[in-house]
Each structure stands twice: as structure tokens, then as C-alpha cells.
Write a protein that binds this ligand. Structure first.
Ligand code: MLT
Length: 321
């Protein structure tokens, strides 16, 4: 069997005792959005605990841009030696429909470590936005459609997907303002530089509780425990409106199965750790069932998300090169 160069290096690195001793140095966890944002929060919370089980440090590196595709491409081409891993969300699937040319294949260029947690989204506006509830928001934005700015984290980000679905649901088209993550997008919303943002509870719960923004509802079918008084967008009349953010951890294709096994074990330990679970729950995240915390669980889910979203996105006709 002919191994590609990177695979050969990994095979040599993993020969003999090196394999048994893995990991012997820090592991880099690539995050495709800005530091301090929702993906970063999930990655750092899980990463710290996984590192304890692995006996090493997991260092988060934020490689931002193009809705997460720059980071995915970087990881797809990184050395498959177990020292580069990647945490990404729905964008791993939706990018297949959104980008005309992707320089990596989510189903061929990665190993799958497991799924992490599901996170609801919330619809927000700047604090002085002149609409007290969803109906007022729809009415006001209809009258001022050409002036409304909607922040997002770029094509392929869930904030983009949620914002696109919301505009479609209410039959409006706003100006979108892309950021390198919803961390900086939130800073702009708090500063009043943009009007509206659809963002994940892992970032928004403390901000909503402190009443620093206007809040119009959650994107789940049912109300959520961490914001029990908040109505869903569905119960306010947006039939079938649902966006849930899922997260997976990946490694470059060819990463030895022994390393994937150890990383998967560390992930499953982290997802049972009471402190980690409590922290994620507090931020509205729901730990996925054990069947999804596996390589196969993530691979199968990713395939089903690609099958679900790519035709929808392509028929909506929103593309980037
Ligand atoms: C982030 O961490 O900035 C977000 O996950 C971006 C997004 O997908 O909206």
C-alpha cells in the first residue's frame, strides 16, 4: 500500500512505543471562528477536560475566515499525527452547498472523533432597536427593509444560516454584515453598529440575562431550560422555524486509529464530567447521546446533514466561490 507523504510521516511517528505513549506533547485544537465566540467557548470547555484525560494540554488556535472553510481546509491538509484536531459545527455540512468550489471534502479528508453538544440559537437586536417583540420587529423592519443591518459570521456560519432562514420566513431581505465570528459581531451589536444578530446561547445567555440586547425568541421547537420564559419563534407564528447547532471533533484523514481512539475516549470522559456538563448546560448546550459521541455517530450525522441541507441551499441559490 502506498502512503501519502504526510501519512508516511505519521506512520513513522507512530511506530513502536510512540504509539503507546501518545500524546507526548500539546495538541492543537483548531477553531474556525473568532476567540471568545460560541464555538470557541464549546472548544475551550471541552478541550480543557480532554487534555486532563490525555495527560497533555489542548491548545486552542482560532483560524478564522470564509465561514469556517479556511480552518477546515487547513486541517484537511495538516499532518495526520494526532496533534492537530478540529472542532466545527453545522458549517462542515452546509459549506458543501454554499461554496461552488471547496478545496476539501468533509466526507473524505477527515477522521471523525465524535459529536459534542447541541446548542439553540436566539434572535437579538441592539438594545435601542425600536421593536419590543417579534411582531413589532417584523412590522418595523418591513417599513425600513433597506436600512436594516444583519450581522453574521460569514457564509457557512450558523448565524448566516439562521439569518437567511429568518428573512425567508418573514419575506424580507436585509443587508448582511459579515464578521470573523459572532464574538466580534456581538461586540458590534452591543455597540449599536448593527441592528440584528441570530446567535448561539453559549454566547448570548449572559447578555440576555443582563438585558444588554433586545431578545425575541429561541430557535428550538420547545422552550429551553436555560431560558424558560423565552418563547420560541415557532410559538410566535414562524411555523417549522428550527435551527440547532451541532458540534463535531475531527482530525486529518490518516490520523492513526490508536490516536483517534484515545481522543474519542477523552471526549466521552469530558462529556460525563459534572463540571463540564454543568457549565455547558448553564449556557443552553445539550450534551449529545452516547451513540453520537462516536466516530461512526459523527460520520453518519455529517452525511445526513449534507443530504438534508445541500439541496435546500442550492435551490435557494446562495453561493460563494
Ligand atoms: C462563532 O463561534 O463565532 C459562531 O459559531 C459563528 C457562527 O457560526 O455563527
Amino acid at each position: 500500500m502506498k502512503l501519502p507523504f504526510a501519512g508516511l510521516i505519521a506512520a513513522v511517528a507512530f511506530s513502536g512505543t510512540a504509539l503507546a505513549q501518545y500524546p507526548t506533547r500539546p495538541i492543537t485544537l483548531i477553531v474556525p471562528f473568532a476567540a471568545g465566540g460560541p464555538t470557541d467557548v464549546v472548544a475551550r470547555t471541552i478541550g480543557v477536560n480532554m487534555g486532563k484525560t490525555l495527560g497533555t494540554t489542548i491548545v486552542v488556535e482560532n483560524k478564522v475566515g470564509a465561514g469556517g472553510t479556511i480552518a477546515a481546509n487547513y486541517v484537511a491538509k495538516a499532518a495526520p499525527d494526532g496533534y492537530t484536531i478540529f472542532l466545527h459545527h453545522n458549517g462542515m455540512a452546509t459549506a458543501v452547498g454554499l461554496y461552488r468550489k471547496l478545496s476539501y471534502d468533509p466526507l473524505k479528508d477527515f477522521e471523525y472523533i465524535g459529536q459534542v453538544a447541541d446548542v439553540p440559537m436566539t434572535l437579538l437586536a441592539r438594545k435601542d432597536f425600536p421593536a419590543n417583540n417579534l411582531q413589532e420587529l417584523i412590522k418595523y423592519t418591513k417599513l425600513n427593509e433597506d436600512k436594516i443591518n444583519l450581522a453574521n459570521a460569514g457564509l457557512g456560519a450558523v448565524s448566516h444560516l439562521c439569518g437567511m432562514m429568518f428573512q425567508q420566513a418573514i419575506g424580507q431581505k436585509w443587508t448582511t454584515v459579515p464578521f470573523s465570528g459572532t464574538g466580534p459581531a456581538m461586540t458590534a451589536l452591543l455597540g449599536g453598529q448593527v441592528d440584528i444578530l441570530c446567535d448561539q446561547t453559549t454566547q448570548t445567555i449572559p447578555i440576555i440575562k443582563a438585558e444588554k440586547v433586545r431578545f425575541y425568541g429561541v430557535t428550538t421547537k420547545q422552550r429551553i431550560q436555560s431560558l424558560p420564559d423565552a418563547p420560541t419563534l415557532q410559538e410566535q407564528g414562524l411555523k417549522d422555524f428550527e435551527v440547532i447547532v451541532w458540534h463535531g471533533i475531527y482530525a486529518p484523514k490518516g490520523t492513526p486509529s490508536e490516536a483517534i481512539g484515545k481522543l474519542n475516549n477523552a471526549l466521552r470522559v469530558a462529556l460525563k464530567d459534572p463540571g463540564t456538563v454543568a457549565r455547558l448546560k448553564e449556557l443552553g448546550a445539550e450534551i449529545v447521546p452516547e451513540s453520537k459521541q462516536t466516530s461512526e455517530g459523527l460520520r453518519t450525522w455529517l452525511q445526513s446533514e449534507i443530504d438534508k441541507w445541500v439541496p435546500v441551499i442550492r435551490s435557494a441559490g446562495t453561493f460563494a466561490d
